[in-house]
Design a protein around this ligand. Sequence first.
Ligand code: 5GP
Length: 185
Amino acid sequence: MAGEYEVLLSEEVLQRKVQELGRQITADYRGKRLLLVGVLKGAVVFIVDLARNIDLPLEIDFMAVSSYGASTETSGVVRIIKDLEASLQDKDVLIVEDIVDTGLTLDYLRQNLLSRSPASLRICALLNKRKERKAPVPLDYVGFEIEDQWVVGYGLDSGELHRNLPYIGLVKDAQPLSKREEPCE
Ligand code: 5GP
C-alpha cells in the first residue's frame, strides 16, 4: 500500500511497457503519416509518454466525449464534447485510450473516425478490463489486461482526483458508476 492506494502497476512497470509499445508502433508506422488521437482526459498522461517513445514525426490531437447517464449505458450513446482539429484524410490514425471497460466509448469513436476517411485506423489502449464487452472493439496495441476493478492514477481519476499518481492503483472507496454521470475520461 502507498497511502490510501494499493499499487497495481508501478511507475517502473508502466514506463517499461510504454517504451515497448513505443518501439512497436515506431516499427509498424515507419514511413507513414501518423496522427495520435488522445481521448481526454484520462489518456493525457499515457499519450504524452507514448509519443516521447515513438521515434517518428507525428501529430497529436485530442477528442473529449461523454456518455449519457447510467440508465442509458447499454445504448452506447456517446456525445462529442470536443472534436479534433486535424483532418484525418489520408492519415494513419492511432486512437490512444486509457482503459477499455464496456467498449462503448471506443466503438463509437472508431465508427465516427472511420467515417472521416483516414488511411488507416488502429487503437492503442493502456489497460483492458477482462470482462464481457457490450461492444466488441478490435484492440491493436494493449499495455495490460486487468481484472474488472476501479483503477486510478497515470491519468485515470476517481471524482477528478488521483490523475497525477505516477502508478496505477486501486482506491477502496471508489465509485465506478459515477463515470456514467460525468464526461467520459
Ligand atoms: P467504456 O466506454 O469502455 O465502458 O469506458 C471507457 C472509459 O470509462 C474510460 O476511458 C475511462 O474514462 C472510464 N473508465 C472505465 N473503467 C475505469 C476505471 O477503472 N477507472 C477510471 N478512472 N476510469 C475508468
